[in-house]
Design a protein around this ligand. Structure first.
Ligand SMILES: *[C@@H]1O[C@H](CO)[C@@H](O)[C@H](O)[C@H]1NC(C)=O
Ligand SMILES: *[C@@H]1O[C@H](CO)[C@@H](O)[C@H](O)[C@H]1NC(C)=O
Length: 273
């Protein structure tokens, strides 16, 4: 058996399985398949927190990215509710370690993509406005958004970073250092084919829509807690965010993981920021 998993860590205690199909399980390697990163390498990477009463602390639930000095991009399913209270969230910026005692930032506004569908997971993107503009530094700076006309393919150098589990049942261990993994973008058709093939007997099969992008395979990619984390590619010596981590099968064990395609949401992003 394997399951299709939403990647938000809040689903960790009671995982939401979007679909399950019978398939043999191969061994995943550590994101999953990655290694620890150095400070300053991904200065737009943020950790999204919610308050956990049991732990009496703000715990990591998702990743996100700084796209402007006052704006964070993350996955809509990390927020869950259209009318979520911004006061329920905090953001950590400029760190590769989680839970170092430093100030968490407050959110003043949350905007979920109007076409987000919690069942199909189309347009799984949300914007969060910080209460104050960030002071940029070598450890805090926005990532570039792609141009409408740019194309991205498996030949681009693309990376994902996050604080999610390093294996499906293995959480990141203290000191919770950010992990990174290089993952290739998969072309749309072969990704759709791979999903159709694996899920041909599955009534709840996963459809890959045009606003989605596939990347990673064979034990490399996102796991629980990596939702909302940015997939970035090097374009003309500049890092450009092409995807937002959304869903995965068995933590990148087998099929490519699914990202929300940033280019599909560009008009909506520019309308708000
Ligand atoms: C965030 O909001 C809380 C509650 O309103 C407040 O106590 C705290 O000082 C704020 N933090 C920052 C960094 O503005
Ligand atoms: C995949 O489909 C999208 C949306 O239709 C298109 O913009 C993109 O160029 C395609 N990319 C690849 C790598 O197949």
């Amino acid at each position: 058996m394997f399951q299709l998993l939403l990647l938000a860590l809040s689903f960790l205690e009671s995982p939401v399985f979007m679909a399950s199909v019978s398939v043999s399980r191969s061994k995943p390697v550590g994101i999953v398949g990655g290694h620890r990163t150095l400070p300053g390498r991904w200065p737009w990477q943020v950790s999204l927190r919610t308050y956990d009463y049991k732990a009496s602390s703000w715990v990591h639930i998702c990743g996100g990215s700084i796209i402007r000095r006052q704006w964070i991009l993350t996955a809509a399913h990390c927020i869950q509710s259209q009318d979520a209270d911004p006061a329920l969230f905090r953001v950590q910026v400029g760190e590769v370690y989680l839970y170092k005692e430093q100030d968490l930032l407050n959110i003043s506004r949350i905007i979920i993509h109007p076409d987000y569908n919690e069942f199909s997971k189309t347009f799984d993107v949300a914007l969060m406005q910080l209460t104050a503009r960030l002071v940029t530094s070598t450890h805090v700076s926005p990532v570039s958004l792609p141009k409408d006309t740019s194309t991205f393919s498996s030949t681009d150098q693309c990376w994902l970073a996050g604080w999610g589990k390093v294996l499906q049942n293995v959480p990141l261990q203290p000191p919770y250092q950010l992990y990174e993994v290089k993952i290739p973008i998969q072309d749309n058709e072969s990704c759709k084919r791979a999903y159709r093939k694996k899920m041909s007997d599955e009534p709840q099969s996963v459809a890959i829509f045009d606003d989605m992008l596939c990347a990673g395979t064979l034990g490399r990619g996102p796991c629980f807690g990596d939702s909302g984390s940015p997939l970035v590619c090097l374009k003309r010596k500049k890092w450009v965010q092409v995807g937002v981590a959304s869903i995965s099968v068995d933590c990148s064990n087998d099929l490519p993981s699914i990202f929300s395609r940033v280019q599909s949401s560009l008009a909506w992003i520019h309308q708000h920021i």
